[in-house]
Design a protein around this ligand. Structure first.
Ligand code: SF4
Length: 234
């Protein structure tokens, strides 16, 4: 609008009896948002190989910054039982496999000793083991909600591709990711829950059981394991 047009417009408003006019400030430009590239939706006939390919050299969350190796999962890809932990630690990050450090050795013992005592003929390679996040959180901190949400999509695809008879959630982070709950392990353990239509047992993370004062928790974890092993393999 030029000066003459503006003058005419103001004269028109004055004739209408309008005395005051206010200038509106333009809206501030929206802050640029960091781009989040979400994992793709599970395609029909999804497989673990396809998921691994989709993960690629993943940089979808900040956990990529300090990771050594992506820890996808290991074990029997047709397993009827899947264990889900929290995230890789230092040993897992270096080797690229889940549960290979001290906590992993304890998990192996728990699975194999309980199975053997209960007369269930399985060993650790017969089950599948993975984590909620595939890259090691710095200083082994708990994964943050956005990291769990982004990487959790890969976990959900893994679970849908395997379709086990039951899932054992190790620790509260795995329970949170699968059951969308704020309750801790003490409250959740001992009962069956469900992720989609798959039964879920929650028990303590083996690294918690390694602490010397947790003898009661150890006994409870063995009970939980017995329960899930009988449910799956009887
Ligand atoms: S934690 Fe998961 S989403 Fe994040 S960078 Fe690693 S693989 Fe990608």
């Amino acid at each position: 609008m030029n000066v003459d047009e503006l003058r005419q417009r103001l004269t028109f408003y004055r004739d209408l009896g309008v005395k005051d006019l206010y200038k509106m400030n333009p809206k501030p430009a929206a802050e640029p948002q960091p781009e989040v590239i979400l994992p793709s939706i599970a395609p029909a006939g999804d497989t673990l190989a396809r998921i691994l390919e989709d993960i690629g050299d993943c940089r979808r969350c900040r956990l990529c910054e300090q990771r050594g190796k992506i820890v996808f999962g290991s074990g029997n890809e047709q397993s009827r039982l899947v264990f889900v932990g929290e995230g890789p630690g230092a040993d897992e990050d270096a080797q690229g496999f889940p549960f290979v450090g001290r906590a992993g050795q304890l998990l192996t013992q728990m699975i194999e000793n309980t199975a053997s005592k209960e007369g269930i003929p399985i060993r650790r390679p017969d089950v599948y083991i993975c984590n909620v996040v595939k890259c090691r959180p710095p200083e082994n901190r708990t994964p943050l909600p956005d990291e769990m949400e982004i990487c959790g999509e890969f976990l959900f695809r893994q679970l849908m591709a395997i379709r086990p008879k039951a899932i054992c959630a190790l620790g509260s982070t795995a329970a949170k990711a699968l059951l969308a709950t704020k309750d801790g392990v003490t409250r959740l353990r001992g009962h069956w829950h469900k992720w989609r239509d798959i039964p879920v047992i929650v028990t303590y993370h083996p690294s918690y059981l390694l602490r010397p004062y947790n003898q009661n928790a150890k006994r409870e974890a063995w009970e939980d394991l017995k329960k899930v092993l009988h449910f799956v393999y009887d």
